[in-house]
Ligand binder design. Structure first.
Ligand code: TXA
Ligand code: MG
Length: 586
């Protein structure tokens, strides 16, 4: 990945903010980079005729400059100045599909710089059908070169928030045009020759192109399908989330059957079961192999309904759903695909089971993106751009959120000295490294997560042992020296969403006095058991979660304690996140 420098206080411009829109357009034509919406995905635009401005796109994206950019226009009259030839094929496509989700490749005019075309003698022209976008492009006054506005290697953005997640600080502004209607990038068609060649499938399908060409006066040639020279951009795995993606191909079409209807025939019920059950079976198989696996499911209401029917707490503790609509609705699935991949990834899942479609229309474009996410084609992400972003520690971007909620977990030990300070310290470190967080259902709502500790028999204000502090600071990057012990009382239980005790006896004691806290108070091991997690050691024996207080022992014993607690808390982290109704912000 190229080096990225944060140089902007990025403006997020609302669709109603006319002055903001003009300001962003002026900044773009003055040589800056601006994120903007289209009906397909968000783009990252710069003046297409200014090589220096175009270079800034690559810097912001962390993308190699050997990939040509699409030039966006708001009026067909602009095409003339950008290309040297409009073939009959190109003319037919322009007449039939512009404005719309298509990019037409034509021979370029001399004024289009190599920075845009990556040295090719062709240029891709696209006129989006998105009112705010076209207004913005008009204010810019120049043709706008733009790739999708994601960081290289991460899924294309379909909301302004996605763009902010990847680009905050690296671009002048982002224009917020809401959710992109299509959700998949445009169909790229090479129209330099006699017959069009589809380089990238999209919402404008081969059948539609075929139809248009047949009826277009002066063009009668049949569409050549299949034999496609690879588009330069095809060699990268563009659409990959950080985790593994597995495709579950839907066996039959159940669109038209309402899963919530009370009057389903047996046959209809069977059909719904047939499409939903492979997801649940696959999840169960994965869990059998790895009881700690976290599974994201990108599917429709039918699959969620079947999982709910199973009434299996352990299964549901391991599954995070992204429901895009009716399972067989490929339009809804396309609209949500990139958002779904991003969201599930941030909920810390290890694998995503995503609905796959057979079919010849939009299905082809959808499967093209999904297969890439599943790593079936193309090379790997160039030098792990995505991982790099993930490991960096981000400041809490409070001003992104319309609202904020806090959620917390309390760790209870006996004296809240060593074990209390260590667990709180480890968990706080996890929060710092994995954060910032937002609400799992609505990423506009921020989540401030924190941990505290208290002791059932603690006296107030004691510090941890010197050896404990030493062990902690040698293994973690941080300190627990400032920790002061605190007595666990009702207010601690009331103020925390989840209460985890170090050993079983402590949880038992709390629940004995406050039975109403059932479901919110667990020992570390009973919490694990409630999630179906049984850990076995190398010898095949069930590993015990018992952690004894190392008070008075040597540094090595303390270090073992820190490492053991760290290992357990890392395993529990995604479950705690889910119970606190939060996910990573980006
Ligand atoms: O829907 C879209 O097309 C979005 C929005 C922002 O317009 N843009 C987009 O851009 O997806 P990008 O850069 O992520 O993908 C452009 C694709 C790449 O695969 C690139 O190789 C191909 O179009 N492309 C662009 N110009 C080309 C050319 N002259 N010859 C062949 N392929 C070209
Ligand atoms: Mg892209």
């Amino acid at each position: 990945m190229m080096e990225r420098k944060k140089i902007y206080d990025t403006r997020l411009i609302k669709s109603s903010d006319e002055e903001g829109l003009k300001d962003a357009a002026a900044a773009l034509s003055a040589g800056n980079v601006v994120g903007f919406p289209t009906e397909t995905v968000y783009g990252l635009g710069a003046d297409a005729l200014d090589p220096e401005a175009v270079k800034k796109i690559f810097e912001a994206k962390g993308r190699p400059g050997d990939n040509p950019l699409i030039v966006h226009i708001y009026d067909k009259s602009q095409i003339e100045g950008l290309v040297s030839e409009v073939t009959p094929t190109a003319q037919a496509l322009i007449d039939s599909f512009m404005p719309g989700p298509i990019t037409v490749i034509m021979r370029k005019a001399a004024c289009v710089p190599d920075e845009v075309t990556a040295g090719l003698d062709t240029v891709g022209i696209r006129m989006p059908s998105h009112t705010l976008c076209n207004k913005f492009l008009k204010y810019c006054g120049c043709p706008v070169a733009a790739p999708s506005a994601n960081l290289s290697g991460s899924p294309s953005p379909t909301t302004a928030l996605h763009v902010m997640n990847d680009m905050d600080g690296y671009v002048y502004a982002v224009v917020d045009g809401g959710e992109c209607e299509v959700g998949l990038e445009s169909t790229v068609v090479d129209a330099t020759g006699e017959k069009p060649v589809i380089l990238r499938p999209g919402a404008v399908t081969p059948v539609m192109i075929d139809e248009a060409l047949k009826t277009h006066s002066g063009y009668a040639a049949a569409l050549k399908k299949g034999e496609v020279p690879a588009s330069p951009g095809m060699k990268y795995r563009h659409y990959a989330p950080g985790c593994e993606v597995k495709i579950i191909t839907l066996p039959e079409d159940v669109s038209g059957i309402d899963p919530s209807s009370e009057e389903l025939t047996d046959e209809q019920k069977q059909s719904l079961f047939n499409i939903a059950s492979p997801f649940i079976l696959e999840a169960q198989t994965i869990l059998k192999e790895n009881p700690a696996a976290r599974i994201g499911i990108f599917a429709g209401t039918e699959v969620k309904a079947l999982a709910d029917m199973a009434k299996d707490d352990i299964l549901s503790a391991h599954i995070n759903f992204y429901v895009y609509g009716s399972t067989c609705d490929v339009k809804a699935a396309s609209h949500c695909l990139f958002d779904g991949l991003r969201l599930l990834d941030r909920q810390e899942v290890d694998v995503i089971l995503a609905a796959g479609f057979k079919g010849e229309g939009l299905e082809v474009a959808y499967m093209n993106r999904l297969s890439k996410a599943a790593g079936k084609t193309g090379d790997d992400v160039p030098s792990g751009a995505y991982e790099e972003a993930e490991n960096g520690i981000l400041e809490m971007p409070l001003d992104h959120f319309s609202e904020l909620f806090t959620a917390s977990v309390a760790f209870i030990s006996d004296d809240d000295c060593n074990l209390g300070a260590i667990t709180e310290g480890i968990f706080t470190d996890l929060l710092r490294r994995k954060g910032p967080f937002c609400c799992a259902e609505d990423e506009k709502i921020g989540a401030e997560l924190y941990a505290e500790s208290a002791g059932l028999y603690a006296s107030e204000g004691n510090s941890p042992d010197e050896t404990a502090c030493k062990a902690f600071s040698q293994l973690m990057d941080g300190t627990i020296a400032h920790h002061l012990s605190k007595r666990a009382d009702v207010s601690v239980y009331d103020n925390n969403d989840l209460v985890l005790t170090i050993n079983d006896a402590q949880a038992y004691e709390i629940l004995n006095s406050f039975p109403e806290l059932e479901g919110r108070v667990y020992s570390l091991s009973s919490y694990m058991a409630s999630k179906g997690l049984i850990m076995k050691g190398d010898d095949g024996r069930i590993a015990s979660l018992a952690v004894t207080d190392p008070a008075g022992e040597d540094l090595i014993t303390y270090k073992h304690t820190v490492l053991a607690l760290k290992a357990w808390l890392e395993i529990l982290f995604p479950y705690i996140l889910k119970d606190l109704n939060a996910m990573r912000f980006c």
